[in-house]
Design a protein around this ligand. Structure first.
Ligand SMILES: [Zn+2]
Length: 268
């Protein structure tokens, strides 16, 4: 079965990449523009697989377009580069709202049956009707708002990217739990993760508790899983700053993602 799936994916990747999709990546995924051609080719292949295998659904009146699919798949693919891509095995649906949505708003019919199994992670204050830009569920779906993704793609100063954030949660899930520790290659890598990332998480919580201004999105102090998602955003959106301020954290993420965004993106 795995063999045939691998073969099917190779076939999908062998198809010509539509010129219109290339334009979409260049316009909405700034990181793509700076990658060397070998990485771009790898990323295009991942985009083809994700678009072919995942169910993209427009919500709240949003009509699904190639622009949205390719952009979202583009961000998801950044996190897969240079690694053995598992294509988010537990994720089946990507639901996109035009703009920020209210948590627990009426869900599309296709997933209503799974609502009772929804992960509580992004529903900490589930009944406050909080407006959100994204959610990740352990039961096979992520929910995104399109407008902030477009904004993040056009604002070079933006450190936030809800698409990277939610796909990082899905990576975190690969090894079972959304606990802020994704699948790591060795016990040594795991120890290093706990020491460096865990230590920095405690430091951020401490700063937030004291009411101090934090460079990292303070939302990262909500839970270790949020910390990993917020760090992933910073790693790919503001790598130079992350490297300067938290060199050891940057090094651990560079090891995990097998990428060096500070060497890819020009200094602002
Ligand atoms: Zn989150």
């Amino acid at each position: 079965m795995f063999w045939s799936r691998a073969r099917r994916r190779e076939k999908v990747k062998a198809r010509a990449f539509p010129e219109a999709w290339e334009k979409i990546l260049a316009e909405f995924v700034p990181y793509y523009r700076y990658l060397p051609e070998g990485d771009r080719a790898e990323l295009r292949g991942h985009v083809q697989v994700l678009v072919a295998e995942k169910n993209f659904e427009g919500c709240g009146g949003l009509a699904m377009t190639d622009e949205i699919k390719v952009t979202v798949a583009g961000y998801a693919s950044i996190l897969l580069l240079h690694r053995e891509a598992a294509y988010y095995p537990r994720l089946s649906s990507i639901l996109v709202y035009p703009d920020a949505f209210v948590a627990r708003a009426k869900k599309p019919k296709s997933i209503v049956g799974r609502m009772d199994m929804m992960d509580a992670m992004d529903f900490v204050d589930e009944d406050d009707g909080a407006v959100r830009d994204g959610e990740s569920w352990e039961t096979g779906a992520i929910v995104l708002a399109w407008k902030p993704i477009v904004e993040a793609s056009t604002d070079p100063a933006s450190a936030l990217n809800v698409a990277l954030h939610e796909f990082a949660h899905q990576l975190d899930l690969d090894n079972g739990e959304m606990d802020g520790v994704p699948a790591l290659e060795s016990d040594a890598a795991h120890e290093e993760w706990v020491r460096v990332i865990g230590g920095e998480y405690d430091a951020l919580c401490d700063e937030v508790d004291r009411g101090r201004e934090t460079w990292l999105d303070a939302y990262g102090a909500e839970h270790p899983a949020e910390f990993f998602a917020v760090l992933t955003e910073a790693f790919f959106m503001r790598p130079h700053t992350l490297q300067r301020k938290h060199g050891d954290v940057y090094a651990v993420l560079r090891e995990y993602y097998k990428q060096d965004p500070a060497a890819v993106l020009p200094k602002a």
